[in-house]
Write a protein that binds this ligand. Structure first.
Ligand SMILES: C[S@@+](CC[C@H](N)C(=O)[O-])C[C@H]1O[C@@H](n2cnc3c(N)ncnc32)[C@H](O)[C@@H]1O
Length: 280
């Protein structure tokens, strides 16, 4: 006989509304009406794994928790979308190397501060580090990259810096040798980001919707890519205004090609698609 708890269970509209309002208030992630199946698929195994047999039971459980309960961290981790790649949207890295850096050099600064504001599993900040390590070689200029995300699970992967060698094809050849230590024998299908590339990158748990940001540094360059697509215009405005406040006067903000600040009233000045300036 099949026990009731083993039967597949479904999310009704009221439960969907509850979970969607929670992820919006906790992370700013806006889910459209069409995302019921997605929410259901992301939460179902969690509900089963903690021994519950319905979304209603999970909802009541969440309602009974204090705001600081660790279950909220799991809830957020389950509902974030973490897709990323090495050298994703490569034009941005060409821009940094060939246009941003020459202009930044003319300011005469000796340290470049970069913030990668939704870093997922680390490919984006390490890509930046590969590019900056090469471009700043022999200049006497140092750099640091703050890499942050709301999702604690991806941050652990990022901090670990170990990736499957299957993705090596995404990395231009000139960076492959200095950037990675290749595993041998039983770990030969893995590669580890080298010390020189990992050293300048610091990871931090940070929710872009909680402001003011707990940051003291002033950044020269911020990458905030492929996260604002999950936010509504009001949240996007809050996030980019918050980023503006922690940036140096000549800094540059890079967002994803699929994102835009055109309809947002912010102080960022449009330079060209996906690139914004704080100063002129
Ligand atoms: C699709 S990934 C993009 C990763 C990388 N920036 C890229 O372009 O490849 C979006 C990331 O944003 C993070 N995220 C979502 N909401 C967030 C928030 N409120 N604060 C900080 N990070 C958030 C997710 O955890 C996820 O890792």
């Amino acid at each position: 006989m099949i026990e009731a708890r083993q039967l597949p269970f479904h999310m009704d509209r009221a439960e969907f509304e509850y979970f969607r309002s929670k992820i919006y208030s906790l992370a700013g992630i806006s889910l459209s009406d069409a995302k019921l199946d997605l929410l259901q698929a992301r939460l179902r195994s969690r509900v089963s794994s903690i021994g519950m047999g319905s979304f209603g039971e999970y909802r009541s459980y969440l309602e009974s928790l204090s705001q600081t309960d660790r279950e909220w961290e799991t809830f957020i981790n389950l509902l974030t979308t973490n897709k990323t790649d090495w050298f994703r949207e490569p034009e941005h890295f060409n821009y940094i190397e060939n246009e941003f850096l020459p202009k930044w050099f003319s300011l005469g600064k000796k340290h470049l501060s970069v913030w990668c504001a939704a870093c997922s599993t680390g490919e984006e900040p390490y890509t930046l580090s590969l590019v900056l390590n090469e471009a700043l070689k022999g200049t006497g200029i140092t750099y640091s990259i703050l890499a942050s995300d709301i999702d604690t699970k991806v941050l652990k992967i990022a901090q670990n810096g170990v990736y499957s060698r299957n993705v090596m094809y995404q990395i231009p050849e000139k960076y492959q040798q200095t950037g990675f230590c290749l595993g041998t024998k039983e770990i030969s299908s893995w590669m580890k980001v080298s010390k020189a590339i990992k050293g300048p990158v610091q990871f931090k748990h940070l929710n872009l919707t909680l402001q003011p940001f707990d940051l003291t540094e002033k950044f020269d360059l911020v990458l905030c890519r492929n996260v604002m697509i999950y936010f509504n215009p009001e949240t996007v405005k809050n996030v980019v205004d918050g980023i503006y406040k922690v940036c140096d006067k000549n800094s540059v903000l890079i967002i994803a090609h699929s994102e835009s600040l055109q309809s947002i009233h912010s102080s960022w000045k449009y330079h060209r698609p996906s690139i914004y300036f704080k100063g002129k």
